[in-house]
Design a protein. Structure first.
Length: 290
């Protein structure tokens, strides 16, 4: 994988199961197909339990998929050795897990945490990347530089976690609800930092968020539903996605208007799929269903 610039992502047929203590399997992802271009900015939306955190952890190489393939650039991380994977995580792919504490060393200072995040970089990379003081300043933690993490507020920890994640100017930044505990001012600063990283270093940015104001700043949204990609949005327009075995997942707000059992007409020429509202009697001509 080349250094510098954004890393593209390709998932095909990604399935993930968790084994519970009782010994049964929970299907968190059931066949995710997804492509993210290098340098793209994507927000993942979707209800709790729809698999957003699982997908992000798989993309970051923190968990391995039960089945399917995940490519980061040209590297197949579903088959990569643990050593190769940890080198990738240290330098090119940064993951900010959900919750502010899991990403930090709690018993040392903010400054030491950022320094630690930079350890994996070569001297040349460290030269190009923003310095520790600059990073702390960008997330508004200049005054907390020498404060021990365990004494910082939730919002401060979340901002520090982001400073650590961007410290190596990764090619791919994955952030799971990075603004969930922040005030509006802090939230806007953090979101701004994510977009700056993309603009300045070409970093591909993927965030999970439940905040519409945050999602609206991203050119592309992907809505997860029941362990699958449910729908896509690009600059305000919304698209449904055809999943494996030809299953079409409508955006959830449309499923009440177009309930299960609604007929879908497939035209061969011109190639198109037409979904007509059930109440609209003239919508589907009878001969269209032959
Ligand atoms: P989201 O981030 O969208 O809320 P998650 O990826 O956290 O969704 O969870 C997807 C599904 O997997 C849920 O049903 C959740 O209960 C289950 N799950 C997540 N983590 C575990 C785990 N460690 N053990 C068992 N089940 C899990
Ligand atoms: Mg989650």
């Amino acid at each position: 994988m080349q250094d510098g610039g954004g890393i593209g992502v390709r998932c095909s047929g990604v399935v993930h199961l968790y084994r519970t203590f009782e010994g049964h399997d929970v299907v968190a992802l059931q066949g995710v197909d997804l492509e993210i271009a290098p340098g793209e900015r994507v927000a993942f939306l979707g209800p709790s339990g729809s698999g957003k955190s699982t997908l992000l952890a798989l993309l970051g190489g923190i968990q391995r998929p039960s089945a399917g393939r995940i490519l980061l650039g040209d590297d197949d991380i579903s088959r990569m050795s643990e050593r190769h994977l940890s080198r990738l995580r240290a330098r090119r792919v940064a993951t900010m897990l959900q919750g502010s504490t899991r990403n930090l060393l709690p018993y040392t200072t903010a400054r030491r945490n950022v320094e630690f995040a930079r350890i994996g970089m070569t001297a040349e990379e460290a030269d190009r990347a923003p310095g520790v003081t600059d990073l702390l300043d960008r997330v508004g933690l200049t005054d907390q530089a020498d404060q021990v993490v365990s004494t910082m507020s939730g919002g401060q920890r979340q901002r520090l976690a982001l400073a650590c994640a961007v410290a190596t100017t990764p090619g791919l930044l994955l952030a799971d609800e990075p603004t969930s505990q922040l005030s509006h001012v802090d939230r806007d600063a953090v979101v701004g930092l994510l977009h700056d990283l993309n603009r300045d270093f070409g970093t591909t940015v993927v965030v999970v968020t439940h905040q519409p104001e945050v999602a609206a700043t991203f050119p592309r949204t992907v809505t997860m539903k029941g362990g699958r990609v449910g729908s896509e949005g690009h600059h305000g327009a919304e698209y449904a996605v055809i999943g494996s075995e030809g299953v079409l997942h409508l955006p959830s707000h449309l499923t009440t208007q177009w309930p299960a059992g609604t007929l879908v007409r497939v035209d061969a020429e011109p190639r198109r799929i037409v979904i007509s509202h059930p109440a609209d009697e003239t919508g589907i001509p009878r001969d269209g269903l032959r």
